[in-house]
Design a protein around this ligand. Sequence first.
Ligand code: AVJ
Ligand code: FE
Length: 437
Amino acid sequence: FRGKTADELREHAAQALTGARSRSTALTDAVDDEDLVRQHSKLMSPLVWDLAHIGSQEELWLVRDVGGREPLRPDIDDLYDAFQHPRADRPSLPLLGPAEARHYVGEVRAKAFDVLERAPMEGRRLIESAFAFGMITQHEQQHDETMLATHQLRQGEPVLHAPAAPGARSGPLPPEVLVPGGPFLMGTSVEPWALDNERPAHEVGVDAFFIDTTPVTNGEYVEFLESGGYRQRQWWSEAGWEYRSAHDITAPRFWRREAGGWWRARFGVDEPVPAEQPVVHVSFYEAEAYAAWAGKRLPTEREWEKAARFDPATGQSRRFPWGNEAPTPEHANLGQRHLSPAAAGAYPAGASPLGVHQLIGDVWEWTSTDFHGYPGFAAFPYREYSEVFFGPDYKILRGGSFGTDAAAIRGTFRNWDYPIRRQIFAGFRCARDAAGV
Ligand code: AVJ
Ligand code: FE
């Protein structure tokens, strides 16, 4: 926030909120009312639930907590409390209908802007207020990505459209690079919009390791698949093999075999699986099996962050692989500008100082690390944002996907999900030890 006037900070928050809202509107206006209230998959909420939930959180956190205003709709707090109702049960709740939900989120937003007008954007309460608007923006963008995943699960004619993602723009890349051993600064204490689980900054030691310069591509993944990887027990962990067998998983989600080739369904369009793009819609277990087959392993979360942020020239950690400036379309495939990952090598301007590409954008990357708080973790503003998820059930994903907005990603951002999840836009890259280097 340094060097910014209170008005500039307000303007920035207003633009971020408005950007998130145009995306939510586009995702929910793309389908008719019947489609909005339908559950497209037991794994997801009806889109109309996400929309009103976005409004409900904004009412709770911004309008009531930060603004100290009277509740608008205290009667619906429970309906949109994600902890009270699992996704599968949400369609049977007495939810706001499409018109009511749109009206509600509009009313909440008007109040939120009113709160923003009067928010203390200087002095002692600056950080608190500015963070609250950042948190609400990120919350909406996260649900927008979730709604995008619902669109991917939806049956029917395509309703979302975007230009094709770029092809490779860098020359041939080495398959992997060496990341030197030694300490680096992980997490952050200064990033204004960082959530509680990214804090505080702390030094961690990492042994030297090799990491892939790009995420694993469909072409590479097909080699694993066609060499019998899904049938060979030896590549799989015990839990992974159990999961693979119980659900008879034989390929990434949304893939099918036809006429001697692999096809995929992508937002209602059928297309041959593009060999040059990172693989997406694989579970942690599949990622782990591929890595074992390739003679490698998944990176730990620390390794991923060191590869993404460490600048060997200065010894400092950057905000993003390319530096400290916010992502532009030259740096990374973010923000649903395209409806797929881009080819490996499509973002040379986004590479890290060590030459690791596409750490931000394209696909979320599975790491081998369970979700825990950093040393000195303090839940903020609520235990329910991250702390209640700490433990061995969730694996960390890093870097964001083509469906993640720039407002909701940075080098320190931590996402988490169950290792069986495949409907999220997740892929991976491999690493290996560099003992003795
Ligand atoms: C950080 C993506 C795991 O979607 O469950 C949304 C974000 N938290 N509403 C999720 C979130 C509350 C969260 N993830
Ligand atoms: Fe939420």
